[in-house]
Design a protein around this ligand. Structure first.
Ligand code: ADP
Length: 259
């Protein structure tokens, strides 16, 4: 919050939506979608009205992350109503197609699907729309960054070198399209043994913080590698919504306060 600046040029905004924030990662599997949904819930906990747009057309995550099987209703035959979960307005291409249907669309169709999800959905009045971006920094991601009127971006990375190199590309991509970097989140940062409380830095630790300092972008915080986060995420019961008083929700809320 506090970053609701309109872009001077670029794509038109979404009516009623004050601020659009992209959550991105240089590569897949670093926990970008898990982080995006829990961050959205943490922003909700700060009293903001929040929506989530799943912009990963080829590999949508929201149906699984929120265990959504229903189809969105239409208003007047054309405009779609977002699905409401845990106080969030959410939309994903995955709500409109079967899970088994492979997405073999070409670039232009991907763009039109994204445009539709932005412009033909009754998002309502939102303080923040969190966009779960597709992983990577190729042409498709660049186009998305240009199509969506972004107030800022957040890069999710693990501490590993490889993930960091990819995150660096992510930072460079957003800089190229003049989208401010709100900061970097280190996911799977460390492991706390639930038995003995010993901390292990499985993928190394502090790499993302160090890299953020080097790139002169804010470091937003560390999320541990944790069984509860994985289980709740994979069961469609995100931890911030289902265990609001637990330690994980606190971690995500502390990050949300820095955004
Ligand atoms: P991405 O969007 O980057 O592909 P996902 O959010 O789908 O990544 O996460 C990949 C896998 O890692 C999922 O099974 C998810 O539950 C798990 N995961 C994500 N973050 C954590 C974490 N902090 N601790 C444990 N498991 C995690």
């Amino acid at each position: 919050h506090g970053h609701a600046h309109a872009q001077p040029q670029g794509p038109a905004g979404v009516p009623g939506v004050k601020s659009i924030i992209a959550v991105a990662s240089g590569k897949g599997g670093v926990g970008k979608s898990t982080t995006a949904i829990n961050l959205a819930l943490a922003l909700r906990d700060l009293g903001l009205k929040v929506g989530v747009l799943d912009a990963d057309i080829y590999g949508p995550s929201l149906p699984k992350l929120l265990a959504i099987r229903e189809k969105p209703e239409t208003i007047g035959g054309k405009r779609l109503k977002p699905i409401s979960r845990y106080g969030l307005n959410v939309m994903s291409i995955g709500f409109l197609i079967d899970e088994e249907t492979p997405m073999i669309w070409r670039g232009p169709m991907v763009m039109s699907a994204l445009t539709q999800m932005l412009r033909e959905v009754e998002w309502g009045d939102l303080d923040v729309m969190v966009v779960d971006m597709p992983p990577g920094t190729g042409d498709a991601q660049l186009t998305m960054a240009q199509q969506v009127p972004l107030a800022g971006s957040i890069i999710v990375s693990t501490p590993q070198d490889l993930a960091l190199i990819d995150a660096r590309r992510g930072v460079a991509m957003f800089k190229r399209v003049n989208v401010p970097i709100l900061g970097v989140i280190e996911n799977m940062s460390y492991f706390l043994c639930p038995e003995c409380g010993t901390r292990s830095d499985i993928f190394g630790h502090g790499g993302a913080r160090h890299e953020a300092e080097r790139l002169n972008v804010p470091f937003l915080g560390e999320v541990p590698l944790d069984m509860t986060i994985r289980e709740t995420s994979d069961a469609g019961l995100p931890v911030v919504a289902t265990q609001p008083d637990g330690p994980h929700a606190k971690v995500y809320r502390a990050i949300a306060e820095r955004v």
